[in-house]
Design a protein around this ligand. Structure first.
Ligand code: PBG
Length: 324
């Protein structure tokens, strides 16, 4: 196991994301990448957020970069005809996500921070986050598949892979595979404290990643669990080599963010998830009430101890200069 503190200092854009006290610099914009050309389809329950093919996505991110949004999180959306029980295509190097990462990195180099979601759920035909064996998620059969997917993202040039699956031991497994392949500058953002939340609905609709049977209760954390489990998960992932620790969702867990931030010595991220975004968008239809709500929410995240904020509100907030 290797701990590599230099990863968070590797590029100017990473240093700005991790260390700046400005809210604007802490924001990360999520994107959904699909196959095809000229595709730009807004997600019903998430106004302003679209499924985009690589050509449209690269243009969108170029516009974002010009506005000052340097941090981007990419989710692969896989055509249902390509899904299977082992998420085989998720690690294919010419999937839209991989093509997008390569193109963006050759365009923006060290000025952009690209995070890529690593999980099986968007590429399995059953919608589960891992390999299913005897109707149950098999932790240890899933680890090599996750490592394979993570490696393929690292090879494409991702700054951080974002492990969102919640299998035991995956951070160590991914770090080991990065070491073996010589990817000593690729970071790992761990969704360490990820709850089995009811706030992921719009995302799962967009990604068609709802489980076809059962739920995510055996791997994602119980929404009624306490601080000790959150701190236990976070400290384990730090010990396994995670470079950034995430708490998700954000709004109902601000107290957990504070506890985790107090307990660990690594940057803390919050994910202001799809259901939270939809709530704001449906209750604040005009710009100024959105500005007021998002201002309150983001300052709350900062107060709670978040260094990094992943939010679908990023583009509007930066475009309209709601934060410095
Ligand atoms: C994949 C993943 C999910 C989200 C991020 N990564 C869905 C899930 O766990 O079911 C949710 C993001 C959001 O709701 O905005 N495992």
């Amino acid at each position: 196991m290797k701990i590599r503190p230099r990863i968070n200092r590797w590029t100017a854009a990473r240093r700005k994301l991790i260390n700046s006290s400005s809210i604007a610099h802490s924001l990360v914009q999520p994107h959904f990448v699909v196959d095809g050309e000229g595709v730009d389809v807004e997600i019903n329950s998430m106004p302003g957020i679209s499924l985009q093919s690589v050509d449209v996505l690269v243009q969108t991110i170029a516009d974002d970069m010009a506005m000052g949004i340097s941090n981007h999180m990419l989710f692969p959306i896989v055509d249902p005809s390509l899904k299977d029980s082992a998420a085989t295509v998720a690690s294919h190097t010419h999937m839209p996500l991989h093509n997008a990462v390569r193109e963006l990195k050759s365009k923006f180099g060290g000025d952009i921070v690209i995070m890529t979601d690593v999980c099986l759920c968007t590429a399995t035909d059953h919608g589960h986050c891992g390999i299913v064996h005897n109707q149950a998620l098999d932790n240890d059969l899933t680890l090599p598949v996750l490592s394979q997917i993570a490696l393929s993202h690292a090879e494409a040039g991702a700054d951080y892979i974002a492990a969102s699956d919640m299998m035991d031991g995956r951070i160590g497994a991914i770090r080991d595979s990065f070491e073996q392949a010589g990817h000593t500058d690729t970071g790992i953002l761990s969704y360490s404290v990820k709850y089995a939340s009811s706030f992921y609905g719009p995302f799962r609709d967009a990604a068609s990643s709802s489980p076809s049977f059962g739920d995510r209760a055996t791997h994602q954390m119980d929404v009624t669990s306490g601080y000790s489990e959150a701190i236990f998960e976070a400290t384990n992932d730090v010990a396994e080599g995670a470079d950034i620790i995430m708490v998700k969702p954000a709004l109902a867990y601000m107290d957990v963010v504070r506890e985790v931030a107090n307990a660990i010595h690594r940057p803390v991220a919050v994910y202001n998830v799809s259901g939270e975004y939809s709530m704001v968008m449906t209750s604040a239809e005009d710009e100024s009430s959105r500005k007021n709500m998002v201002t309150e929410i983001f300052h709350g995240f900062k107060r709670a101890g978040a260094d990094i904020i992943v939010s679908y509100h990023t583009r509007e907030a930066v475009r309209l200069q709601w934060f410095q």
